[in-house]
Design a protein around this ligand. Structure first.
Ligand SMILES: NC(=O)c1ccc[n+]([C@@H]2O[C@H](COP(=O)([O-])OP(=O)(O)OC[C@H]3O[C@@H](n4cnc5c(N)ncnc54)[C@H](OP(=O)(O)O)[C@@H]3O)[C@@H](O)[C@H]2O)c1
Length: 137
């Protein structure tokens, strides 16, 4: 999880930055989670640690790139109806999360719309964080 969620974010962002710096309204948008702000369950500790790191990386980048006018936004949804639970082992936690995803999960298009909205803002206008409200317990 750290390799994909944290190291992957750092590697891709570093590779993109020289290109972004040449852009007219450069922006970095990272996908975190509400689990990046608190630990929702005992089973979610490591995932949550990776997402706390995504927030910290976003906050650091925002400071680092401020003078270059590169905007940095962290998107932190609650449940989104994707295939994220498909590889989870059967059991009560998966059942509970599946139910929550069905009942309060966002359509993935809603998250995509938030990304498009952020990228469409005029240069100089920045959103630091988009936060979800769904409760994960
Ligand atoms: N779904 C939610 O409730 C929810 C809530 C909050 C935040 N998020 C965040 O939203 C983001 C997208 O998640 P999702 O819900 O869309 O999950 P998903 O349906 O499981 O999709 C995960 C994606 O990551 C790719 N991936 C996994 N391991 C990879 C690797 N080693 N190298 C390259 N790509 C890899 C997968 O590619 P393949 O399809 O090719 O395997 C897939 O496209 C994640 O950062 C997740 O933490 C999701």
């Amino acid at each position: 999880m750290f390799a994909v969620n944290v190291i992957g974010l750092l590697v891709v962002t570093r590779a993109a930055l020289p290109h972004l710096r040449r852009g007219t309204a450069p922006a970095v948008v990272t996908i975190s989670s509400m689990s990046g702000r608190r630990v929702p369950t005992a089973a979610g500790g490591v995932y949550s640690a990776t997402k706390h790191a995504v927030h910290a990386i976003g906050d650091g980048l925002r400071l680092e790139l401020r003078d270059e006018r590169v905007r940095v936004t962290t998107i932190a949804p609650g449940f989104v109806r994707t295939a994220i639970l498909d590889d989870w082992p059967d059991g009560p936690l998966r059942d509970r999360y599946s139910e929550r995803m069905d009942s309060v999960g966002l359509d993935p298009d809603t998250v995509a719309d938030a990304v498009v909205h952020v990228l469409g803002l005029p240069a100089g206008v920045a959103v630091a964080e988009y936060a979800g409200t769904a409760v994960c317990q």
